[in-house]
Design a protein around this ligand. Structure first.
Ligand code: NAD
Length: 440
């Protein structure tokens, strides 16, 4: 099929590359000329494992092209995927759907061939209905256009695998014909036994919101219990393994740490909470508010652990934060807990240096007030304490004996519980891990 992917960001680029990989002819569309030029030159503007190779393969074969011209996309495609951003609104609680409606306003009047618009962005319940009405109003008379909502569940850092081998595809369809188109576009995945869950658009929209709200609650729950472990001298890592063995709870997504972040979970939970309130589901809203409250308190909880470990306020201390991206496997720093912690310590007059193996350029662009070092070893020079805030393998594999020679004092606070504390202690380090006894 001929498909367009409108919006080439963390979702759109992997989706466009994956659609080419499963055999479609793909045209990616974005307003950002610089990004489109880079993509057409075969360069990948985001860090995502496996994506540069897939882009290179399909841009050089000609199956994948990029443009800023929506008219070209309208003339080209049978299916238009909408993958534009839905950042949180100025009120901090609902989605700014300006990009979604902006893209539809630009596309609809140009639609002269039968097509289906498949929305992938995360939106508030009811958006598909409003968008379908807008498209029907703006499309040329007699045109055959339908709008489907097909929310995306990919995880940054696993975007290619999650797009080619998702746990499930959810499609909120307005008609059997639209369902047929969804089945056709995803046919190679469905042949590989990926389940397709077909529903109405409102349910599809709520499925996405509920999934992310649940994931956020799971993280906040285990972070709250990590506080209990810390106070009781118990071990959160053992507790997590043990409760995760119960299939009703499950081990996935149950890691304690510095809190959830990124371009999705924080805003999706805020927007889903606001939807719950608007729909009068106040009990659901109360649960979600509690999850948000726990998450917002994580930087302060990390600071308390740092100060306990130092034995004094962080003011004036030279601290290195390992990690800038919101999690490993991506250079995305949107709502990154690592940078929230670095910023909080800087506000307390600590002298902070941030190191990350892939995300220093994106962090510098968004958080220019922080100091960065691209090199693992020089980043810890004269540090009195290291805070490990993002779970990169690069940090897990760091050699504590070598690093001890660079620091002012060998002290490590591991907020992700990924280092082997025994090895580090044997190399002379004081190690504190989140929600674990001081010696374990
Ligand atoms: P992003 O900000 O990285 O990318 C959005 C892109 O859309 C930008 O490149 C922007 O220039 C482009 N754009 C905006 N208006 C446009 C228009 N009118 N025409 C063409 N391009 C336009 O955002 P993202 O992280 O890719 O997220 C996109 C959507 O997918 C959001 O709704 C998000 O919640 C959802 N989502 C994201 C992920 C993820 O892992 N990032 C996962 C699941 C769902």
């Amino acid at each position: 099929m001929r498909v367009s992917v409108i919006g080439c960001g963390h979702l759109g680029i992997p989706h466009a590359a994956a659609m080419a990989e499963i055999g479609h002819e793909v045209l990616g569309v974005d307003l950002d000329h610089t990004k489109i030029d880079r993509l057409n030159a075969g360069q990948c503007p985001i860090y995502e494992d496996g994506l540069p190779e897939l882009l290179a393969t399909h841009t050089s074969s000609g199956r994948l092209r990029f443009t800023t011209d929506i008219t070209e996309a309208a003339a080209f495609a049978d299916v238009h995927f909408l993958a534009v951003g839905t950042p949180i609104d100025a009120d901090g609680r609902s989605y700014d759907t300006g990009q979604v409606f902006g893209a539809a306003r630009a596309l609809a009047p140009q639609l002269r061939r039968p097509c289906v618009i498949i929305g992938k962005s995360t939106v508030t319940v009811g958006t598909t209905r409003t968008l379908a009405a807008l498209v029907a109003r703006l499309a040329p008379a007699g045109s055959d256009v339908e709008v489907v909502w097909n929310p995306e569940f990919l995880r940054e850092g696993h975007a290619i695998d999650d797009t080619l081998r998702p746990d499930r595809i959810v499609a909120g369809v307005p008609s059997p014909h639209a369902e047929d188109v969804v089945r056709k576009v995803y046919a190679p995945l469905l042949e590989n036994k990926v389940p397709l869950y077909v529903t109405d658009p409102a349910t599809a929209e709520l499925i996405k919101g509920a999934a992310n709200a649940y994931l956020g609650m799971k993280i906040s729950f285990i972070n709250g219990v990590a506080d209990m472990c810390a106070a009781a001298g118990a071990d959160i890592t053992q507790l997590t393994e043990a409760i995760g063995l119960d299939p009703r709870i499950g081990r996935g997504g149950l890691n304690s740490g510095p809190g959830y972040g990124g371009g999705c979970l924080p805003k999706d939970i805020r927007a889903f909470t606001a939807s719950a309130e608007a729909l009068g589901a106040l009990d659901a809203a109360a649960l979600l508010h509690a999850a948000e409250h726990v998450n917002e308190s994580r930087p302060a909880a990390a600071l308390r652990l740092v100060e306990q470990t130092l034995g004094r306020p962080v003011t004036g201390a030279k601290v290195t934060v390992w990690g800038a991206s919101f999690k490993a496997g991506t250079d995305d720093v949107r709502e990154s807990p690592a940078l929230a912690i670095a910023t909080l310590m800087q506000q307390h007059d600590a002298v902070v240096t941030v190191h990350d193996p892939h995300a220093v350029p994106t962090a510098l662009a968004r958080y220019p007030q922080l100091d960065y070092d691209q090199d693992l070893e020089t980043s810890v020079k004269d540090a009195e304490l290291i805070v490990l805030a993002t779970e990169w393998k690069h940090f897990r594999d760091a050699d504590p004996r070598r690093l001890a020679a660079f620091v002012a004092q060998p002290v490590m606070v591991d907020l992700r519980n990924i280092i082997d504390a025994d090895t580090w202690r044997a190399a002379g380090w004081t190690v504190r891990q989140l929600g674990r006894p001081a010696t374990h």
